[in-house]
Ligand binder design. Structure first.
Ligand code: TMP
Length: 211
């Protein structure tokens, strides 16, 4: 008789630039591993791949690209990792993902000339996150954080549009969290949600994303 292994959870952290996602995703993985729960971190864009390297040149303003073309590169960067994401989840590893398809849609559609529905298209069929935690921070706080303004998109007007676009994703597995909390309190609160989710999805199938 074959034993069905329990799967890991796919957890996504979203938010405007400099909202603390990167710090919190690392802290969550550390906290889960301390609890002996297998967990790894993934970040999008993954700048280490050939596609990610083009994205990096675009974000650091070394090159310019048409908006729709760069949107598809961000999506292709996720599809590059899709087999690995499925493999890890099936092997029982929980993945903490720093940005996912939601970033793809909210950033490109903040460019106005690009339709929200069009932006969703290439994301459909990717593994569906079990939980998305949106780290909400006032834009007035974000612009004071160190490094803000270095990359493309890091300006107040654009971030306000991005923040507004995230409103369109408030569904059942998409929760908003106050990112202005003390760092360790925030980690504790996020961890609680993550552990609950890992337990509730462990015997469920990993769905396909439909935006
Ligand atoms: P990062 O600062 O989290 O590395 O993200 C880099 C920038 O890329 C950030 O401004 C958000 C943007 N972005 C997109 O425009 N589309 C995407 O699909 C992703 C993942 C990020």
């Amino acid at each position: 008789m074959t034993k069905t292994a329990m799967r890991g959870a796919l957890i996504v952290l979203e938010g405007c630039d400099r909202s603390g996602k990167t710090t919190q995703s690392s802290k969550l993985v550390e906290a889960l591993n301390n609890l002996k729960i297998p967990a790894k971190k993934i970040s999008f864009p993954d700048r280490s791949t050939p596609i990610g390297s083009i994205i990096n040149d675009y974000l650091s303003k070394k090159i310019d690209l048409p908006d729709k073309s760069v949107h598809l590169l961000f999506s292709a960067n996720r599809w590059e990792l899709e087999p690995e994401i499925r493999k890890q989840i099936e092997a029982g590893v929980t993945l903490i993902v720093d940005r996912y398809s939601y970033s793809g849609v909210v950033f490109t559609s903040a460019k106005q000339s690009i339709d929200f529905e069009w932006c969703c298209g290439p994301e459909n069929g990717l593994p569906k996150p079990d939980l998305v935690m949106f780290l909400k921070l006032p834009i007035s706080d974000i612009i004071k954080r160190s490094g803000f303004g270095d990359e493309r998109y890091e300006n107040i007007e654009f971030q306000n549009k991005v923040d507004k676009n995230y409103e369109k994703f408030k569904t059942d597995n998409f929760i908003e969290v106050d990112a202005a909390q003390d760092i360790s309190v925030l980690t504790k609160n996020l961890l609680e949600q993550v552990v609950k989710t890992i337990d509730s999805v462990k015997n469920q199938k990993l769905d396909k994303l439909v935006l």
